[in-house]
Ligand binder design. Structure first.
Ligand code: HEM
Length: 437
């Protein structure tokens, strides 16, 4: 009995000493946590580690390897293996507890902590901001239409049409446009489906057949649509990628930025004034920005999409983070991004990036569709019939028209004998001298 009391007293004293020594180290507030002797636990965490965590202090980084290094046991086995239970679950939660001989890179990950954060972002943050972004661009364009009105051909329609885009160019554009729109619709419905579309389907169903009792109607319709939508999304993506390559090859040279474009952008393309547009070649500064955004964002969208189509095959985010860290260090702004990502984290980043880039592109493209249709008189036919009105071309792409004129490529109206279009009765705007392209 006496020895039991003595043991208890010794234990209490030891615990008190641990607390006292812990407090001292806290008071010293040293950056480097003092080492802990873990020989008693075979390397697993000690009471000291637990008390330090409870006090919110730093615990040495090697705490609780439990004699397990790189997934293999290095120390002697205790009754619970190398770990205590809490230690085991802490390491399991951090996705590093186990090893597996399975080929599946995720087989050894029992709990993936980052998954909870990813799910929250996927279910709530991204859909919410997507909705804001879509509403914002629609509101902005409506406001622009109300304030500025439709951008009209100032000098009116001429009697002459000139070729702007060849058949193959229009084919590339419409393949890109239709595939993008299909991808956008199916992609957005997959993003919003579970949270918004199922209740919406149920609501419509309840309105249309009030007496029907089908609690799973919305879910069933949605499950069918999501299945078809995913198949369509995965396959139409190839048409998008093909058309992206097509327009890149066809329009690359014409979209190399020039000083003229800087001036065009500085004047906002003359869009905010009622008269006159800055000089422009075949593509103006705004169109060049759109072109490069479509190429860069579309390329990134395709890369992240391929990573989603072939799960666990790529490690593009870890290598990108490495480069970003190096760039940050070089300019004295360390980013310290995590470069040892698990395959699941790679997939989670790919999904988030894919969605963010897609939504950014959708917002940009809504603005493009507006300006290419209702927003600007005479623009649509460039991609419709491939021909545009000469007056429209003179107003928006004067340097391009000047070059065509020089080459004698502007058709003459019926009955006109003078080959120079400048003297034709076109009601053309009074133009200042056009700089040579
Ligand atoms: C119904 C949808 C669309 C319409 C009505 C439309 C209309 C147009 C028009 C009229 C042009 C020629 C502008 C000019 O002659 O200067 C054009 C060019 C272009 N479009 Fe579209 N487009 C649509 C969808 C898309 C989509 C979805 C994309 C890309 C994802 C896209 C990318 C481009 C690019 C890169 C150009 C060349 C640069 C420019 O002219 O702005 N278009 N589009």
């Amino acid at each position: 009995m006496k020895t039991v009391f003595l043991k208890l007293f010794a234990l209490t004293l030891a615990a008190l000493l641990f607390v006292a020594s812990g407090n001292t180290s806290h008071a010293q507030s040293s950056d480097e946590p003092a080492a802990v002797d873990r020989s008693v636990t075979g390397g697993a965490q000690t009471l000291e580690d637990i008390l330090r965590r409870q006090r919110g202090e730093n615990v040495p980084l090697d705490a609780g390897t439990g004699g397990v290094e790189n997934g293999s046991l290095t120390g002697p086995l205790a009754t619970q293996g190398g770990f205590s239970d809490s230690e085991l679950w802490r390491r399991a939660r951090q996705g590093q507890a186990f090893s597996s001989s399975s080929q599946d890179p995720n087989a050894a990950i029992l709990v993936q902590d980052e998954g909870a954060k990813w799910l929250e972002t996927r279910q709530s943050t991204i859909p919410t901001y997507t909705l804001y972004a879509l509403l914002a661009i629609l509101a902005l364009l409506t406001l622009f239409l109300l304030i500025r009105g439709r951008i009209r051909i100032m000098s009116g329609w001429s009697s002459i049409k000139i070729e702007r885009f060849s058949f193959i160019e229009r084919f590339g554009h419409w393949l890109l446009a239709t595939s993008f729109i299909v991808l956008a619709i199916t992609g957005l419905s997959l993003l919003f489906g579970r949270e918004y579309l199922i209740p919406a389907i149920d609501w419509v169903h309840a309105k249309m057949s009030p007496n029907a009792i089908e609690p799973n109607y919305g879910k069933e319709v949605w499950a069918w649509f999501a299945g078809v939508g995913k198949w369509v999304h995965d396959n139409v993506a190839w048409a998008f990628m093909l058309s992206l390559v097509m327009i890149f090859i066809m329009w690359f040279f014409r979209n190399i930025p020039t000083w003229t474009d800087v001036k065009w952008i500085a004047q906002f393309g003359g869009m905010l004034r009622q008269h006159g547009h800055p000089h422009a070649r075949k593509f103006n500064g705004g169109q060049k920005i759109l072109f490069w955004l479509v190429i860069i964002l579309g390329g990134s969208l395709s890369a992240s999409g391929l990573a989603l189509l072939q799960p666990y095959e790529y490690t593009m985010f870890a290598s990108t983070f490495e480069k970003l860290n190096a760039a940050g260090d070089a300019v004295g702004y360390p980013l310290a991004l995590n470069t040892s990502l698990t395959p699941i984290q790679e997939m989670q980043y790919a999904q988030q990036w894919h969605t963010i880039i897609a939504v950014t592109m959708i917002v940009i493209i809504i603005a493009h569709i507006y300006i290419g249709s209702v927003g600007m008189q005479g623009a649509f036919s460039a991609m419709g019939s491939g021909k545009v009105d000469l007056n429209w071309a003179r107003e928006h792409h004067d340097m391009w028209v000047a070059k065509l004129e020089k080459k004698g490529k502007i058709p003459r109206p019926a009955g006109a004998s003078n080959p120079s279009t400048r003297s034709m009765p076109l009601r053309a705007p009074k133009k200042p001298t056009v700089p040579a392209e």
